[in-house]
Design a protein around this ligand. Structure first.
Ligand SMILES: *[C@@H]1O[C@H](CO)[C@@H](O)[C@H](O)[C@H]1NC(C)=O
Ligand SMILES: *[C@@H]1O[C@H](CO)[C@@H](O)[C@H](O)[C@H]1NC(C)=O
Ligand SMILES: *[C@@H]1O[C@H](CO)[C@@H](O)[C@H](O)[C@H]1NC(C)=O
Ligand SMILES: *[C@@H]1O[C@H](CO)[C@@H](O)[C@H](O)[C@H]1NC(C)=O
Length: 351
């Protein structure tokens, strides 16, 4: 009897331990877009179609876990944000309805996949979700379309305090501000992503659209709004870069801004660049990582930086995502960790 109890307890103990290890060890949360994908490696020849999902992998690309699986392929996930302290994941998704309008959601779920809740619904696809720790509150930021028809064509940056949802605030309506010299503001490309410098309380964002001639751009604005201003007439919007082709994912890490940009040729891939927040106008951005030349047609869809370990992880691909890691000091070399995953445009480091 004692032996049996002991055996049971140790089984239970190992189940709990492995659960904690799976979900709370260092790794990443990310989203997989719906569509065709290889389960496992190409060598396994297990090709199939899957719906969108929210997943977790370890730092080395092993132990992929599915946290949330969307019911059908029409529901398109976009981005994740993680509250590590509370063990909650926020994620955005949207679905195009029969009348061509979008129905979007920001949902919340425990990191072990339990307790799903919808916290916001919109009439467009919410993108570029970020959870930001301000000095005395946590805020969710995201990008939302002004016209539901285009879904992903978001021009509004919005936010709200996660502990008090009474007020959703529009930080800026980018359609009202020039995105490049000589370009009519109403024709400016959508916001791709945003980053918050919590030390100086500034917001940075990228605007661009693939397959258009309008150059991408990178902008900055102080988060403190003057009392007489609104999201459509704010002063102090800066254009930091005005010719940054397909500038998209952007992050603030330890006093620097990191962002993804593409070469002018369709076959020369993309880079991650970096510049310290105090260095704009004084120094040129440096390239910290670059897609290998032989994979030149592939682009960086998402990345995560560990400034202390000087490491960068990225989802690189075209019709699939291949998970890579690079040394920040190296200025180049991505090492492949896991391949043939469904396309992923959001990657969040935890642990
Ligand atoms: C589109 O369809 C949805 C769901 O049926 C409905 O809620 C919405 O009002 C419709 N929008 C328009 C513009 O017709
Ligand atoms: C929530 O925010 C609103 C608007 O700023 C404020 O009036 C209200 O007191 C807040 N509620 C709580 C519980 O903090
Ligand atoms: C910008 O484009 C819009 C729509 O095409 C037009 O109504 C507006 O007059 C233009 N503004 C300028 C300053 O050219
Ligand atoms: C900004 O717009 C608001 C609302 O339309 C208006 O009340 C305010 O005077 C405007 N502020 C400036 C500085 O133009």
């Amino acid at each position: 009897m004692i032996v049996l109890t002991f055996a049971l307890l140790s089984i239970l103990g190992s189940v709990i331990a492995s659960k904690q290890e799976d979900f709370y060890g260092p790794g990443f949360f990310y989203v997989e877009l719906p569509g065709q994908t290889y389960f496992g490696r190409l060598e396994d020849v297990l090709l199939g179609r899957q719906t969108g999902r929210v997943c977790r992998i370890q730092l080395d690309g092993h132990q992929r876990r599915e946290i949330y699986i969307f019911k059908d392929e029409s529901e398109i996930p976009d981005s994740v944000a993680v509250d590590e302290g509370l063990g909650r994941i926020y994620f955005t998704s949207g679905r195009k309805q029969a009348n061509n309008t979008w129905e979007g959601k920001i949902q919340q779920i425990n990191t072990d996949g339990t307790d799903l809740r919808t916290i916001i619904t919109t009439n467009s696809l919410p993108t570029a979700l970020k959870l930001v720790e301000h000095p005395n509150k946590k805020m969710l930021y995201w990008v939302e379309g002004t016209e539901g028809l285009e879904g992903q064509a978001g021009h509004l940056i919005k936010r709200f305090n996660v502990n008090n949802r009474t007020e959703i605030e529009t930080v800026i309506d980018t359609k009202r501000y020039a995105c490049s010299i000589g370009v009519n503001a109403t024709a400016c490309p959508p916001v791709q992503d945003m980053a918050i410098d919590t030390r100086n309380m500034d917001i940075y964002w990228t605007q661009s659209l693939r397959w258009t001639l309008i150059p991408g751009s990178l902008h900055k604005l102080s988060l403190s709004m003057k009392p007489e201003e609104t999201a459509t007439n704010r002063s102090g919007v800066q254009m930091l870069l005005k010719d940054e082709r397909h500038a998209k994912r952007i992050q603030y890490v330890d006093g620097s801004i990191y962002w993804v940009t593409e070469s002018n040729s369709e076959t020369q891939g993309s880079w991650i660049k970096r510049l310290g927040v105090e260095d704009w106008g004084k120094k040129d951005p440096e390239v910290v990582a670059q897609v290998p030349k032989e994979q030149g047609y592939q682009i960086i869809d998402a990345f995560a930086v560990d400034a202390r370990q000087e490491t960068i992880w990225a989802m690189i691909g075209f019709t699939f995502s291949h998970f890579h890691k690079a040394d920040l000091k190296g200025g180049g070399g991505f090492k492949l960790l896991r391949q043939w995953m469904a396309v992923s445009r959001s990657l969040v480091r935890v642990g």
